[in-house]
Design a protein. Structure first.
Ligand SMILES: Cc1cc2nc3c(=O)[nH]c(=O)nc-3n(C[C@H](O)[C@H](O)[C@H](O)COP(=O)(O)OP(=O)(O)OC[C@H]3O[C@@H](n4cnc5c(N)ncnc54)[C@H](O)[C@@H]3O)c2cc1C
Ligand code: SF4
Length: 506
């Protein structure tokens, strides 16, 4: 029996379920670079380079093992431009008895896969993606019958399942959460480590040239590309993070600093999401650092929470709630995305810094995504679909299963609180406390009104005013709504007028 094993661009793991039990003598691995996947949103040029270069290196490593790979490059003369077209062409090239693949990371591709099972006249086997720590079935079992799906309970459930940082049934150190220790701003004299970047090799440079030709009109700088594109280099990036980033990861995970694009963050999400690294091995590397005394408990717990907690949790929510999830708009936000998200030209220094880093690296760290570009989009009432398209386009780690719940749920509260118990709305005071951006800004975070007032200040109160009906009864917003209730009618009118003038001027 000959099996065609179709491996997608974010399934570049040797142990991916589609490749388990491969018969090297007979089976064929199909990999295809297709235009549709690079353009269904206009991905950052570095994201396209990362995926295509990693695919080419992965195919080479399979061939080195003696596995037959049928690889269709983007510029292949007959390339149909779509997964469906490339599978059809492959079936004409090879006599195969069945197709085997691993479930995809996007609902859009999942629907395609289901159609292949009906259309091709060859049995199609879709296998579970067992690279995650919690399967879709296990998440559904955990979620069944719960009124709300809070991250904290899911995280504790998985901590108990894995036994990570546990002493019997209790969390090691006696606490589940070290957020209080983990919310520091960066002291002026703190040394920020230089992070390992990877010079493109000949294969990657060839892909960069191709992307420069074919996708020159996509967002983002190409020449600053420094991502790892092989498993060996992704492992080197992991070691680098564990040594120089992890020990301080917890303390400064909410901080922001001018010119410091990575701070103490892992910058590993592109590799995890592509399959160059596995979630389990990344967590185990952090746990080893704790055991060896190389990183403190608050840092390691904070890091494990992101991967074992948030990453698994948003994936579970995505598959449980799709496709209806993407269409909700709880706050009825409908403003167009301002052009400065693409151009970076704005007088708000914090946003300008974040957008410049995004253009330069196809990366911004979590708190920049959440509390700068995300917070602004929430407060300004930008239509969820437009914000989601932006996030999916500009980041190297962006895939629908992880981008959508973060943007739709965590940032925009468009799911009505399914994912987060309250919107992460914040005024300029928060950004001023957690960054040094305000010192170089044309606006003043301490001013609430007038032309020099920080726009986040009036946008914040305006957001609470216009969303009073859906949000007032949220117990986590009791304090701000109490403050709002004490505000004079005149002050409210002033906030509305200043916000309207600002938004109309965007
Ligand atoms: C609006 C918005 C959009 C986002 N879009 C994406 C996306 O498309 N792809 C993506 O991988 N992450 C996304 N995130 C989550 C998070 O911002 C990134 O995972 C993180 O910034 C990646 O950088 P890092 O590896 O340095 O992460 P670190 O801060 O060092 O965290 C370590 C790891 O934990 C995981 N992680 C942390 N937070 C989250 C989270 N909220 N959800 C899922 N995994 C998490 C990531 O795998 C990350 O590599 C988004 C967050 C927001 C607020
Ligand atoms: S003053 Fe306001 S707009 Fe300017 S950097 Fe600070 S928070 Fe951002």
């Amino acid at each position: 029996m000959t099996t065609l094993r179709f491996v997608l661009g974010d399934q570049l793991s040797r142990n991916v379920s589609a490749l388990q039990d491969i018969d090297r003598a007979r089976d064929i691995v199909l990999m295809a670079e297709v235009r549709e996947e690079a353009t269904y949103v206009r991905h950052h040029q570095q994201k396209i380079v990362l995926v295509l270069a990693a695919m080419r290196h992965f195919a080479a490593s399979l061939r080195a093992e003696g596995i037959g790979v049928d690889y269709v490059p983007l510029d292949d003369a007959g390339n149909s431009g779509s997964f469906t077209g490339e599978l059809r062409r492959a079936l004409a090239r090879h006599a195969v008895d069945r197709i085997v693949m691993t479930e995809p990371g996007e609902w859009r591709v999942w629907e395609m896969m289901l159609a292949w099972g009906r259309d091709f006249g060859v049995p199609v086997e879709i296998r579970e993606d067992d690279r995650f720590l919690c399967s879709r079935t296990e998440f559904d079992r955990w979620a069944a019958g719960r009124q709300n799906l809070r991250l904290e309970f899911f995280y504790r459930y998985l901590r108990r399942q894995t036994g990570w940082l546990m002493t019997g049934d209790e969390p090691q150190g006696g606490r589940w959460n070290y957020d209080v220790e983990n919310r520091k701003a960066i002291p002026r004299d703190l040394r920020i480590p230089t992070r390992r970047r990877f010079a493109p090799d000949a294969i990657t440079r060839e892909v960069m040239a191709l992307v420069g030709q074919r996708f020159a009109d996509h967002f983002g700088e190409l020449e600053s590309f420094g991502w790892a594109v092989t498993r060996a280099d992704a492992l080197a990036a992991l070691r680098d993070f564990i040594t120089v980033g992890l020990p301080q990861f917890g303390a400064y995970q909410d901080a922001m600093k001018t010119g410091e694009d990575w701070l103490f963050h892992a910058a590993l999400s592109p590799y995890l999401n592509l399959g160059l690294l596995g979630a389990r091995e990344v967590c185990e590397a952090a746990l080893d650092a704790f055991r060896n005394g190389a990183a403190p408990l608050p840092a390691v717990e904070g890091f494990i929470r992101q991967i074992l907690g948030w990453r698994e949790y948003v994936r579970g929510v995505y598959w449980r709630q799709m496709p209806a999830y993407a269409n909700t708009n709880f706050l009825k936000a409908n403003r167009d995305l301002p052009a400065f998200y693409w151009t970076g030209q704005t007088g708000l220094n914090c946003l300008r810094e974040c957008l410049a880093a995004t253009r330069r690296n196809a990366y911004a760290h979590h708190i920049q995504r959440l509390m700068l570009t995300g917070n602004f989009a929430l407060l300004a009432g930008i239509a969820p679909a437009q914000v989601e398209e932006w996030y999916l386009s500009v980041y190297a780690d962006a895939y629908d299963w992880v981008e959508l719940p973060n943007t739709h749920g965590m940032v925009l509260h468009a799911d009505g609180g399914l994912l987060g118990s309250k919107p992460y709305a914040a005024s300029g005071a928060y950004i001023n406390r957690m960054s040094d951006y305000c010192a170089a800004c044309a606006y003043d975070p301490k001013l609430k009104t007038g032309p020099k007032a920080c726009p986040f200040n009036y946008l914040y109160w305006h957001f609470l005013i216009v969303n009073e009906e859906p949000l007032r009864s949220n117990p986590r917003l009791t304090m701000p709504y109490r403050t709002l209730a004490r505000m004079t009618g005149e002050r409210r009118q002033q906030i509305v007028a200043e916000t309207q003038a600002f938004l109309n001027g965007l």
